[in-house]
Design a protein. Structure first.
Length: 400
């Protein structure tokens, strides 16, 4: 019986949502990105964010969870750039929401996605929360901002062919954003840059989208390359749920595809945390750098909390967060800690599934780390011309 439950749970986790509902990163990705972003904050912000890390990580998936209830929510998670122009949408779409509405209408933007402006909105709401010194709102808005900013790093969230459904590659989204991170997180290098104040947050978001769009060609082409010569029985895993047959890419296919994309997913996931931390920092700066210690009760981290933070920062820098079992996304929630100090956390997000349903148990010994995870994959070249009509923009070139 237990085995049945376990495999059903595992299945649910791996199958992800029904194909047409695009949800970036999944629970593991969003929570890891949010956790790592806390390590990248300046000291003046870090204690506050570290104290609230469990709520932040949990709430970072709330925007996906409310998509079923709020019809306006879905379009905040993507922007289907190639609807506007396949070759160079960046030359066609105005950067600001008001200009884009004037050119294309609010309905069109709603239909094809409002991701860049959702990030900016969330940032503005965080500025207001900081100004109001409202702890609950700061946590909520920071988690939302993390979610939308992280979504911008998923190439398939920038296209009308978001699940490979137009090219006979249906299921590609769940493969890319759920299956690959869950299978290979142990190899990802998560150490990263420190946050910095963004002079132009909207420009930073558009640059991320441009880079994401540039990865699309290889996302599809390498799926086709991996598929060559494979029979459907090898390529896919079939399951039956609620009277329906569902299909997902097999683990063997996921492993072969990961080799082909050469660290692309790791690179995009790792890139998200510095932007998230920088957006938090920018909002705090815009709000006049309020003293966050005044919002902490007690106002300082305890010795135990400080020790935990030190341990985690060390593990983050040494790329052993996974091996040291410090990633919250892979831990069972501790009920005692989760007697939510902030009420807004209640009912916002379902607890994450137990780690055995999400990822293999963390090995005791250090796993070899993939060098490719630190650099953009050589095989994944940008296809898209930038706004200046050049494709020389490197995927690593985040000039915030
Ligand atoms: Zn999302």
């Amino acid at each position: 019986m237990k085995k049945t439950l376990l495999s059903l749970g595992l299945l649910a986790g791996l199958l992800g949502p029904a194909a047409p509902a695009a949800r970036a990163w999944g629970v593991v990705g969003h929570r890891v990105i949010t956790q790592v972003a806390v390590y990248e904050l300046p000291t003046a912000m870090q204690a506050f964010y570290f104290r609230h890390l469990p709520e932040l990580a949990r709430l970072s998936t709330a925007p996906d969870e409310r998509r079923g209830q709020d019809p306006q929510e879905g379009s905040r998670h993507f922007i289907r750039l190639d609807h506007y122009s396949e070759d160079n949408p960046f030359a066609k779409i105005p950067r600001t929401y008001d200009e884009a509405v004037e050119k294309f209408s609010a309905d069109t933007l709603q239909k094809y996605g409002t991701l860049p402006w959702a990030v900016l909105d969330a940032k503005q709401q965080l500025v207001a929360a900081f100004r109001a010194r409202d702890t609950v709102a700061i946590i909520l808005r920071s988690a939302e901002l993390s979610h939308y900013a992280a979504d911008a790093f998923v190439p398939l969230h920038t296209t009308v062919n978001y699940d490979g459904q137009l090219t006979g590659q249906t299921g590609l989204l769940a493969l890319w954003e759920n299956q690959l991170p869950e299978r290979f997180l142990k190899d990802y290098k998560l150490d990263g840059e420190e946050s910095k104040v963004l002079k132009d947050p909207l420009a930073a978001i558009w640059l991320v989208l441009q880079n994401s769009y540039g990865f699309l060609t290889s996302t599809y082409d390498l799926e086709a390359k991996t598929s060559k010569g494979l029979k459907a029985q090898t390529k896919y895993t079939f399951s039956h749920r609620f009277g329906r047959t569902q299909r997902r890419y097999s683990d063997a296919f996921a492993d072969a595809y990961e080799k082909e994309v050469g660290g692309m997913v790791a690179f995009r996931l790792k890139g998200a945390s510095p932007l998230v931390a920088s957006l938090w920092l920018t909002a705090w700066q815009e709000a006049g750098r309020p003293d966050l210690a005044q919002l902490l009760v007690p106002p300082k981290l305890s010795k135990e909390e400080k020790d935990h933070l030190t341990t985690q920062l060390k593990a983050w820098k040494a790329n052993t967060l996974y091996q040291d079992q410090l990633l919250l996304a892979l831990q069972k929630e501790k009920k005692s800690v989760d007697a939510d100090e902030i009420k807004a956390a209640e009912g916002e997000a379902a607890p994450p599934p137990p780690p055995e349903l999400v990822a293999p148990a963390a090995p005791k010994q250090k796993a070899p780390l993939t060098p490719a995870a630190t650099a953009p994959p050589a095989k994944a070249k940008a296809k898209t011309k930038g706004p200046e009509g050049t494709n020389k923009q490197k995927a690593t070139d985040f000039t915030w």
